[in-house]
Ligand binder design. Sequence first.
Ligand SMILES: Cc1ncc(C[n+]2csc(CCOP(=O)(O)OP(=O)(O)O)c2C)c(N)n1
Ligand SMILES: [Mg+2]
Length: 321
Amino acid sequence: MAMKLKERADLYRMMLLIRRSEERLQKLFADGMIPGFLHLSIGQEAVPAGVSSALTEDDTVSSNHRGHGHTLAKGVDLNGFFAEILGKATGLCKGRGGSMHVADLAKGMLGANGIVAAGLPITTGSALAHKMQAKGNIAVVYFGDGALAEGVLHECLNIAKLWSLPILFVCENNGWSEFSPTERQLATSLDKLGKAFGITYKEVDGNIVDEVAGAAGKLITGMRKAASPAILECRTTRVRGHFEGDRQDYRDSDELAGLDARDPIRLAGETLREAGLTDEALAEIAADVEAQIEAATEAAVAAPLPEAGDILADVYTRAEV
Ligand SMILES: Cc1ncc(C[n+]2csc(CCOP(=O)(O)OP(=O)(O)O)c2C)c(N)n1
Ligand SMILES: [Mg+2]
């Protein structure tokens, strides 16, 4: 079913929210305001925007180290998100998680994760819970091509099929795992793995948001009706370095120069204009997004750091005996 213009404009808005948020984080990081590492998903925004458009608040997602887009698209509070990444007490995890460990269980965001492939077993467990609760909810795990060679992926594909779990495996294949191209790490391909385990597999251009949303919507509708796993492989582009500060000397200049033509936001803007959305409407979306980010940044910068004395709060729980 073709999407309405309003729904497509909402996808564009979400992608822009992710892009502008990360551009702001990039600046804050350069100014020394963000502790730890920062991995930006610039160029990959169409994947979470498209997938999340088919999700409800009760569906769950988990993510990896490049998880800002996954988190924002699941609908977490923008102020809490910025404060978390700045390590502030008002953050979604009270400033304890930071960029690679943002979580918001109330929104079904089970967490970003600094360990490659570690979101997979967490999400498989969540999918098992959804199946037992039988309310038609599903779980989504976002992972990169770097996770394809990890043993735990193979275990999760196996158990997801064996137990008919409602889990959507979303691979963001950007061709790079840190500083190594995918083909140097994987002897097979995800579609072949899907076939081996008997799991439905679909490949899309991960930089065309309508394509991601359409494919995810179709797969998820089927998964809600009859609990079952599916794989969505999204071919996408990592524009920035592996982390902020990575100069990307190992990448070909032609590859880097070609990234702009594949920019998912530019592509969506062009098709929306062709479909009749006016320049004024697009500018209004942009202004709205900028204002939200400005407010979230200001609040996060002004917020207090956590109290040192609270360092062990929420870490241990007293066992009931
Ligand atoms: C188990 C494990 N091995 C290695 C690392 C170091 N590491 C961090 S990110 C990364 C590559 C991830 O590549 P990919 O999954 O394709 O995600 P991308 O960075 O391309 O988004 C590696 C090897 C890690 N964090 N965890
Ligand atoms: Mg990758």
